[in-house]
Design a protein around this ligand. Structure first.
Ligand code: SAM
Length: 265
């Protein structure tokens, strides 16, 4: 597939080599239908690290208003390959922002307060524990911070949560989660942003993931905002992002390998 080759030449992520952009992973989430029905002019979805933007196309196909969807990626080339693959450059009404999520980006900041859903397919695992906390804080700073807001994703997970010695050629150190460590990091994120998230995750065995690491699996997850403390306005700004969190290495050792895990943190 010529588009896969072109995307691979932009950045050689395994998810491109394995053609995961043909999986439409978001549509397999248990809250996909709810996400489709949540979106409107005041309730936007940000597809963070969207790459080719397949989840955006699937949302629109299933009835979500394209005008309420914004894709973001650091590489314009991925977005261009997506337009070629789906042949919709002239009719897709979803918007795309090109930039580094860790840096101030006017197009993105303009959306602050309107984003109710963030999709992060195969994104969070690219970073260390501290990096993932920073990503989440940035996400929360941009969201509406209303009860029912959702952050969702799929990660490359591992039976032995922790730093992944091998990591990918295209990334720095990566922290791979199991269900317990995912709950622990969202507990920390909640404490540091005065927010309270319900965490759901599910371990999916996949031989392609085991080829990357013997303990590897797909970790499908979402978190849902239950409330902010104090209930409103849930103040959390970009300024606070620059303050490095005091990393508490939580007790994520008790691994929970059941198929699905629902946790209140
Ligand atoms: C592993 S790919 C996942 C792509 C897509 N979400 C999917 O599920 O197929 C990670 C994506 O995140 C993007 N990315 C990495 N760091 C980024 C950053 N700091 N800001 C925005 N995008 C970033 C990469 O360019 C890449 O497209």
């Amino acid at each position: 597939m010529i588009q896969a080759e072109r995307a691979w030449n932009v950045q050689p992520y395994p998810c491109i080599a394995k053609l995961l952009f043909l999986h439409f992973d978001l549509s397999k989430s248990p809250i996909f239908d709810r996400i489709v029905s949540m979106l409107d002019t005041d309730s936007l979805l940000l597809d963070l690290g969207c790459a080719l933007g397949q989840d955006i196309r699937r949302l629109v196909y299933d009835g979500a208003p394209a005008e309420s969807i914004v894709g973001m990626d650091i590489h314009q080339e991925f977005i261009d390959v997506g337009y070629e693959l789906f042949r919709d450059r002239h009719n897709l009404k979803a918007r795309f922002i090109v930039g580094d999520f860790f840096k101030s980006c006017p197009g993105l900041e303009d959306l602050a307060g309107s984003i109710r859903v963030i999709n992060s397919g195969y994104f969070m695992h690219l970073f260390t524990w501290e990096g993932q906390v920073d990503v989440a804080k940035r996400m929360i700073s941009l969201m509406a911070r209303r009860e029912g807001d959702i952050i969702t994703g799929v990660n490359f997970g591992n039976q032995t949560s922790g730093f992944w010695e091998k990591h990918l050629a295209v990334t720095g150190p990566m922290f791979l989660h199991d269900s317990a460590s995912l709950s622990a990091i969202w507990r920390q994120i909640g404490q540091e942003t005065q927010t309270h998230w319900r965490v759901w995750s599910s371990v999916e065995e996949d031989k392609e993931f085991r080829k990357l690491d013997a303990g590897g699996f797909r970790l499908r997850w979402f978190v849902e905002l239950e409330h902010c403390v104090p209930a409103n306005p849930c103040e959390y700004t970009m300024d606070k992002m620059s303050q490095k969190p005091d990393i508490l290495q939580e007790h994520y050792g008790d691994r929970l390998m059941s198929d699905a895990h629902d946790d209140e943190v």
